[in-house]
Design a protein around this ligand. Sequence first.
Ligand SMILES: [Fe+2]
Length: 182
Amino acid sequence: MQAALQNENSSLDRYVSEIRAVWGDGRSPDLSSKVKPLLENLLRTTTLDEPWMAQLIAQGKQAEELYRDPVYGFIQMGHNQPQGHRNAPHDHGPCWVLYGKIEIHTYRRLDDGSVPGQAKIERKETHTLTPGVVYAYLPGDIHSTSAPEPSVVFRFLSYDLNKIERYRYNQDKGTVALVQQA
Ligand SMILES: [Fe+2]
């Protein structure tokens, strides 16, 4: 009983309630900008000894699903990323994503997409997300991540990325490929 009460009062549960309160039908174009300050507030106010945060760090998993909403389908992920961890440029199809605490590179696409499997991209910007700072990446935005130091990274997904069509890019080879469903 005590564990349940403690859980109801956790910063993570409060955060989920706040998201559900603004979610509506999930189609509002400014929804990402409404959820962004909620994630920033979560990162600012959660102490390292709060049970869910302490567990995320102690277990050290590279990817942990902290919450999946049974009604609206959004997902909050937590990641322990070792120094030097990086991934390839990719998009999130029709979904948007909020990243907190990591270095993110964004890309612009230079070709018109008319040749299947080919894509020419160039680096556009680098966002250094310091603790408590959150950026939104909108539908189709191409980005990659790198961890200049060991980091705990929070990724809010507007929907399950394993259930949508999205792409991964190889900048050196100039290719693009569908991300295979898990
Ligand atoms: Fe991403």
